[in-house]
Design a protein. Sequence first.
Length: 225
Amino acid sequence: MDYYIAPSLLSADFGRLAEEVSAVEKAGADLIHLDVMDGRFVPNITIGPSVVAAVKRYAKVPLDVHLMIVEPERSLEAFADAGADVITIHPEATTHLQRALARVRELGKKVGVSLNPSTPLSAIEWVLTDVDMVLLMTVNPGFGGQAFLPSMTGKIELLRSQISRAGLPVDIEADGGIKTDNVAEVVRAGANVIVSGSGIFGTKDYGKTIAEMRKNIRRAVSAPA
Ligand code: DX5
Ligand code: ZN
């Protein structure tokens, strides 16, 4: 399995976004994770398509756009045009999930679906063949810097076993509260795309932090716990 590290710009210095993007790329980021929040689906408000487009102008790695907005189907073209490479939406935010996911595919983007901690895996049972990635929230969405919810480890394990049983080429992205000291637990459970905001941007040396995450990931997948 391939493992990817996706620093979340939510914890970056927004006044120096371009520099922060190149710094994490130099530090070894595989993707840049962008959190779009509308003040309705989640209490916080962050960025829209114009900031995604700005980041796209200087980013070298793919942009992983996580939409935490109601009725995401209304904004898919805008984020696709802005340069998103992966677009992830929440079933809790849309009535016609399959149609919205199919639209992302039609726009030529990688398709992601994301679940809040309390949403059961059955919410995506009938769209698993329509997606490239499932993002499991390991905190309640809305803010960076929250504590990882330990009960989510079992949810990741269960999803990984369902995906393997079905033989589907679907990535599992884990998002929220992941740092160097718990990344092993998350990948051992079956996640292979790791989002980390404060766990990377809250440290002094991004290169050292990402290298340590990779070392912990390698160890976790090569040796049993
Ligand atoms: C939370 C966002 C996350 C957030 C993670 O709603 O989806 O991507 O930036 O931040 P940390 O890693 O600090 O929990
Ligand atoms: Zn996110």
